[in-house]
Design a protein around this ligand. Structure first.
Ligand code: C2E
Ligand code: MG
Ligand code: MG
Ligand code: MG
Length: 296
């Protein structure tokens, strides 16, 4: 983009720079797309899992699955570096299908080992491109039923972007998923521009307050007010709220005081490889309370 801007502002005689810039970007994306295809074929994607914690009891109620690309030993690529290209090229449909079945498989394993009055849940990120696939509902059914899970323990995280692109179809798809029994979460809530008017027409179970608002908690007046507004809205609509990106004890205390029921963030735990989850759940059986850890 920068190269393009420079080329334009320099005018004639610099067309080559313009071409080269675009060409490099295109080549880089093509190369990344090829690598992502190979990564999928070679099973190089892995999921990390971050606990979601009750602010009343500090029990772990479930996990969110978060993808990483293990490109080589000690080379773990975060989703921000490849989800965009996967989305643009459509590869996200295949990758997302793998995420669904892998996260469901792991949840079934955890539920079998750690039984609870309320079964542990798994929250799974769904990209807009994946959501609009004609067979998306089938994909979800297959993953959930294939793992032998009760649908209610699976939570699909969609963003407001998904909900505004084709509102009427979104409502139909969400209703079908909800009738099947999976739960629906709106991720990064407050950062998009979905109309609040429309929200009550969606079968939404959970709002996840974006980290940017949690960061402002107790620091800016607006940060606190936005969170209060989201909590009020959720209470009126009888929707659960999870605060994302909680890092400090002060935020936890304030969120609990404000009536927020769940939180997720480094204060409790970073996302962990699946191998570490049993120890985490074991460490304080039977309720798996997580103790605050100092991070960074
Ligand atoms: P998200 O769904 O909003 O996930 C939360 C992100 O915040 C995660 O980053 C998580 O590691 C990070 N986080 C959690 N607690 C804290 C905290 O206390 N402080 C800070 N600074 N960060 C925290 P991650 O794992 O890099 O994922 C980034 C985004 O990539 C996700 O945002 C989601 O939009 C996307 N993503 C991840 N996995 C998948 C996937 O399987 N499919 C799709 N379509 N997107 C995914
Ligand atoms: Mg998410
Ligand atoms: Mg989120
Ligand atoms: Mg977020």
């Amino acid at each position: 983009d920068l190269a393009m801007y420079r080329a334009k502002s320099l005018g004639r005689g610099r067309v080559e720079l313009y071409d080269t810039g675009l060409h490099d970007i295109a080549v880089e994306r093509l190369r990344l797309e090829g690598s992502l295809r190979r990564a999928l074929a070679n099973n190089e994607f892995i999921l990390h899992y971050q606990p979601i914690v009750s602010l009343e009891t500090h029990d772990i109620v479930g996990f969110e699955s978060l993808i990483r690309w293990q490109r080589g030993p000690g080379d773990l690529v975060p989703p921000g570096d490849f989800i965009g290209v996967a989305e643009d090229t459509g590869l996200i449909v295949l990758i997302g299908g793998w995420v669904l079945s892998e996260a469901c498989r792991l949840l079934a394993q955890l539920q079998a080992k750690f039984s609870r009055p309320e079964p542990l849940t798994m929250s799974i990120n769904i990209s807009p491109r994946q959501f609009i696939q004609p067979d998306f509902i089938d994909q979800v059914r297959r993953a959930v039923s294939g793992a032998g899970l009760e649908p209610r323990s699976v939570r699909l995280e969609i963003t407001e972007t998904v909900t505004i692109s084709d509102p009427e179809r979104t409502i139909l798809v969400l209703k079908a998923l909800h009738d099947f029994g999976v739960r629906i979460s709106i991720d990064d809530f407050g950062t998009g521009y979905s109309s609040l008017n429309y929200l009550h027409r969606l079968p939404v179970d959970t709002l996840k307050i974006d980290r940017s608002f949690v960061t402002g908690l107790g620091i800016t007046v607006e940060g606190t007010q936005i969170i209060r507004a989201i909590l009020d809205l959720a209470e009126n609509l009888k929707i659960d709220v999870v605060a994302e990106g909680t890092e400090h004890e002060g935020q936890i205390r304030q969120l609990a005081d404000m009536g927020c029921h769940y939180a997720q963030g480094y204060y409790f735990s970073k996302p962990l490889p699946s191998n570490d989850l049993e120890a985490l759940l074991d460490s304080s059986a039977p309720h798996s309370k997580v103790t605050a850890r100092t991070t960074n």
